[in-house]
Design a protein around this ligand. Structure first.
Ligand code: AMP
Length: 249
């Protein structure tokens, strides 16, 4: 079984995000970029499937500018076999990404597509669901456990009040949640080996997809700054302030 894993390049989760002065978006110039953390989990799961003998090939895909090659090399160093960059400098919205992934899925015929449950930059949580709809495949979203079977995959999902396990007929779409696994760090020898693994670059046009953005960002604003705290002399004053000022008791 071939597994396709879409990986998005996003601002590193350790970076304190800054809004551009004109409010048009988030500053990405000279900012550390990394693989979306949920996509690292998706790559790790695919690599574990290959190690367990349930997957034969892992193809990673990224949609975005040339810099995404670095993200793809990281996935190759973690254990993916081959990478595809769909190169575009336009903002990539979930529907456009889902259409590109559908075109690639039609070509590559994977048994499983494992995506992250959401990209931490725009928090859309849409691409996997849209891809499942476009392909007409079953989907197991927010997976915390994945067990490949014979022509099926069992996906355990964290839902309100417990765990739900669904069985999907392959080919299928799975989106990875935080507790699915703990991704490995790429070792130096594997980083070196990854430089020689195949990385193909294609364009949205060559896949027959128009990625022109359909949404217009009106404004991006930082959350209001937290007020400084104050020290109170005694418990009585604290209780009084909680009652009269904060009104929480
Ligand atoms: P989103 O729907 O934007 O929250 O993204 C959900 C998942 O879709 C991500 O975790 C990735 O696996 C995949 N994805 C979204 N955008 C891209 C992209 N530009 N390139 C590759 N994969 C993407």
């Amino acid at each position: 079984m071939k597994i396709l894993v879409p990986v998005k390049r996003v601002v590193d989760y350790n970076v304190k995000v800054r809004v551009k002065a004109d409010g048009s978006g988030v500053e990405t110039a000279n900012v550390k970029m990394s693989m979306n953390p949920f996509d690292e989990i998706a790559v790790e799961e695919a690599v574990r499937c290959k190690e367990a003998g349930t997957a034969t090939e892992i193809v990673v895909v990224s949609v975005g500018p040339a810099g995404c090659q670095e993200t793809l090399r990281t996935a190759l160093a973690m254990g993916a076999d081959r990478a595809i960059l769909v190169q575009t400098d336009l903002t990539t919205e979930p529907l456009a990404v889902a259409k590109l992934l559908k075109a690639l899925a039609d070509k590559e015929a994977p048994g499983l597509v494992i995506l992250g449950k959401q990209a931490i930059d725009d928090d859309c949580n849409q691409t996997g669901q849209m891809l499942a709809a476009l392909l007409g495949w079953g989907q197991g979203t927010f997976a915390s456990k994945l067990v490949p079977g014979d022509g099926t995959v069992a996906v355990t999902r964290e839902i309100d009040g417990g765990l739900e396990t669904v069985e999907l007929k392959l080919p299928a779409i799975v989106t990875a949640d935080l507790r699915l696994n703990e991704p490995r760090y790429a070792s130096l020898p594997n980083i070196m080996k990854a430089k020689k693994k195949p990385l193909e670059t294609v364009t949205p046009d060559s896949l027959g997809v128009d990625v022109t953005p359909r949404l217009k960002t009106l404004k991006v604003a930082e959350p209001p700054k937290r007020q400084a705290g104050i020290k109170v002399p005694d418990v009585a004053t604290l209780v009084d302030k909680l009652k009269s000022e904060a009104r929480v008791i």
